[in-house]
Design a binder for this molecule. Structure first.
Ligand code: FMN
Length: 368
């Protein structure tokens, strides 16, 4: 698909996940294949202009981390404009504007989903950014503030006129938070509202089938996956294959999951240093464990690691413990296999074993 001046080999995108979509994660995902485009965590425009250390670290990238969009949030037009110029200078292929974040600290200053309520003001801000840079500017939004204010189609139209290159839309309102079902009709309304720019649908995609379902039902040009990439870093490759051939590739086996977990950890250590990287990885590893089968002791142990040696020991202990749930070939016995994931918008109410809700990680961003 085409996004601004870029011809992308696939229509699969990584959604920004504050605290997670750092350089180590992005490169780990890209190496597995199928991912056409990734975005950084949201970055405060003012902090970036002040060259705040954390903001700069969020924009860190490398040659294999392409194409990359830096996501900005803020509401002061001059700051957003100057920060967009800075993103371009930092080597980003695109700048994305956060218009969907429901977190109070972002909304309070008129950023995030507050931008969806003031169309003219937002359009003026966006025009200022677009005029200042050569790279495309995109916007990420929710469907609107609440069910009575589904402003996304109007906003998308206004932004297209202002020159925005693509729209990413999470099919929920701000009021919904992460509850309820992703509204495919709401995403379709955004697709129908624009004249020519790509609309990329987002929300609750945890399987290749769910990605196809969203594409088919909404007519969106691509899909963006956030939490589903925690569960299944292979989701982009598997989805690309499924979309191309109609055949569902098998899920990776346990050894492959461990291999990628290790690569991801090594990159954390390289990027953040051993002690800090190990501590940050405490909240990453449990996501992998969700598809391991029984894993309680692993989760308890891995959330206390302080070093690479701790990490290795935790894995070794877990592999030995897990053997009791496996057959002679080392494969998990079917009765211990985790329940299949099903997207909220593909739920079969009659099947109580389905696992639909993806937990929102705890921590400073628990209200995303
Ligand atoms: C932990 C977490 C952090 C998030 N951080 C951001 C962010 O920085 N910028 C943003 O636009 N959306 C953010 N989101 C929203 C996601 O990009 C995405 O729209 C949402 O999670 C729905 O997609 P998913 O079901 O595929 O995760 C965040 C979501 C979560 C769970």
């Amino acid at each position: 698909m085409r996004l601004g001046p870029y011809d992308l080999p696939a229509n699969l995108f990584l959604s920004p996940l504050a605290g997670y979509t750092n350089l180590p994660f992005r490169v780990t995902l890209r190496e597995l294949g199928g991912l056409a485009w990734a975005t950084t965590d949201l970055v405060n425009a003012r902090s970036l202009l002040e060259r705040n250390r954390t903001a700069l670290q969020l924009t860190a990238t490398s040659p294999e981390d392409r194409p990359l969009a830096i996501q900005l949030f803020g509401s002061v037009p001059e700051e957003m404009r100057d920060a967009a110029v800075m993103c371009q200078e930092l080597g980003a292929q695109s700048v994305d504007i956060n218009m969907g974040c429901p977190v109070k600290k972002v909304v309070k200053i008129g950023g995030g989903s507050a931008m969806m309520t003031e169309l003219d003001k937002t359009a003026a801000l966006v025009r200022g950014m677009i005029a200042a840079v050569k790279i495309p500017v995109t916007a990420k939004m929710r469907l609107g503030w609440d069910d009575d204010n589904l402003t996304a189609p109007d906003l998308a139209r206004v932004l297209e006129d202002a020159g925005i290159a693509a729209i990413f839309v999470h099919g929920r309102t701000r009021a919904q938070g992460f509850g309820g079902t992703v509204n495919l009709a709401g995403i379709r309304a955004v697709v129908q509202a624009v004249k020519g720019i790509p609309v990329i649908g987002n929300g609750d995609i945890t399987t290749p089938e769910a990605a196809k379902h969203m594409l088919d039902e909404t007519g969106c040009a691509g899909v963006s996956i956030g939490r589903g990439a925690f569960y299944d870093p292979w989701i982009f490759r598997r989805t690309a294959q499924y979309l191309a051939t109609g055949e569902l590739p098998p899920e990776p086996d346990f050894n492959e999951r461990l291999r990628v977990l290790r690569r991801h950890f090594e990159r954390y250590v390289q990027f953040y240093g051993e002690a800090h990287g190990a501590r940050l990885f405490r909240r990453v590893a449990p996501w992998y464990a969700k598809r391991f089968g029984p894993s309680k002791p692993f989760k308890q142990r891995i959330t206390k690691i302080n070093s690479a040696a701790d990490f290795d020991a935790a894995i070794a202990e877990y592999v030995a413990w897990r053997a009791q749930f496996c057959d002679e070939r080392g494969e998990l016995l079917p009765r211990f296999a985790p329940a299949p994931m099903v997207a909220s918008f593909m739920r079969d109410d009659a099947d109580p074993t389905e696992r639909t809700a993806i937990p929102v990680p705890k921590g400073p961003v628990d209200v995303w």
